[in-house]
Design a protein around this ligand. Structure first.
Ligand code: GLV
Ligand code: MG
Length: 347
């Protein structure tokens, strides 16, 4: 473990200073695009106005024969558009793949100054972050970049989940992490064939002595444990947790429920893999209008954040004041990005 003063030193001569604080940004959805698809690239300008983050995906879901075209397509789409406040990210191929080195060297050389975050898949431990951290510092120095590129890890192997705390604090470049339920399911030998979401057979059943003739049962959340573990690791280190992909585009309700559980548990956003999921993520990860109004009442009732007051029969104290502040601060961030919500939140 490095001393804090060493932790914040650049890892290469000429590389920019690591950030002490993350940029404050609304990242309700990380919208995945396949950069090798010319039709998709042609609409990037329009898309960039509707989402918080545009991510050019180079990894899974890109066929092997399109890996180079995806990388070049990402460079093209990065150059073609002014992204303004919208984040520009890429998901590179895994460290053990034949493409990762060219992904990172070519992309940083060509468009490093426009790139906000590199999403690194299949992170197993802090050593994976250290490698990318050092490589990025060398490339930043070589290409005279002034702003450090951040790293976002995907939590999608059993080993990664085991090491989640040390991944979260591996480098000042850490932006956050996303749950990758599809790869994680495979890594754990879970008996599912889905990209995220629940399973009808993962449930609890009322006791056989229960009086109802029909024993009630309720489906449980397969991802609860991992999301909770990820949220704690991220919150403890001041980085951001995200739910990842939801693959059943025909079930928007289930997607919304999975996203909302993640939001309530502390996640900042989720991936959108289909345009319909942009709306779902916008709705879920923008705080509820009534909740914002109630949170504002708490802050107004306790101007210095201490003591105890009753509002609508519910006790409020220093701890609920802090919860209210989380919600109002988020509403303020969302309001900056979304004038319609700014008007209804009244912040
Ligand atoms: C995402 O990459 C996943 O494996 O779920
Ligand atoms: Mg994956």
């Amino acid at each position: 473990m490095k001393l804090p003063r060493k932790f914040f030193e650049p890892l290469a001569i000429g590389a920019p200073l690591p950030l002490r604080d993350l940029p404050v940004k609304v990242e309700r959805m990380i919208h995945f695009v396949p950069p090798h698809n010319e039709k998709v690239r042609a609409k990037i300008g329009e898309l960039a106005r509707d989402v918080d983050v545009v991510l050019g995906n180079l990894e899974d879901a890109v066929p092997v024969e399109a890996k180079e075209a995806a990388r070049l397509g990402f460079i093209e789409m990065a150059n073609a558009v002014d992204y303004g406040d919208t984040g520009l990210w890429t998901r590179i191929n895994a460290l053990n793949s034949p493409w990762m080195l060219d992904d990172i060297t070519q992309i940083v050389a060509a468009i490093g100054a426009k790139l906000d975050v590199v999403m690194l898949p299949k992170v197993e431990g802090p050593w994976d972050i250290h490698y990318l951290d050092q490589l990025l510092a060398q490339l930043e120095a070589r290409h005279h970049l002034r702003k450090p590129i951040l790293i976002h890890a995907i939590l999608e192997t059993a080993e990664g989940v085991k090491n989640v705390d040390s991944i979260a604090c591996a480098s000042p470049r850490m932006h956050g992490m996303s749950l990758g339920p599809a790869d994680l399911a495979a890594s754990r030998a879970m008996k599912t064939t889905r990209v995220g979401g629940g399973h009808p057979d993962y449930k609890v059943l009322a006791d056989s002595t229960a009086p109802d003739a029909q024993r009630a049962s309720a489906q449980q959340d397969l991802w609860h444990y991992t999301i909770a573990k990820m949220v704690d690791a991220c919150a403890a280190n001041g980085i951001k947790p995200f739910y990842g992909p939801f693959g059943d585009f025909s079930d928007p309700q289930a997607c919304e429920t999975q996203f909302r559980n993640a939001f309530l548990m502390g996640c900042a956003g989720a991936w959108s893999l289909h345009p319909s999921q942009i709306t779902i993520a916008t709705n879920v990860f923008s705080p509820d209008v009534a909740e914002v109004a109630f949170a504002k009442r708490i802050l107004e009732a306790m101007p210095n954040g201490s003591g105890a007051v009753m509002i609508d029969g519910k006790m409020q104290d220093d701890a609920t004041w802090k919860q209210a502040k989380v919600i109002v601060d988020l509403a303020k961030q969302v309001a900056k990005k979304d004038p319609k919500l700014a008007a209804v939140y009244g912040v």
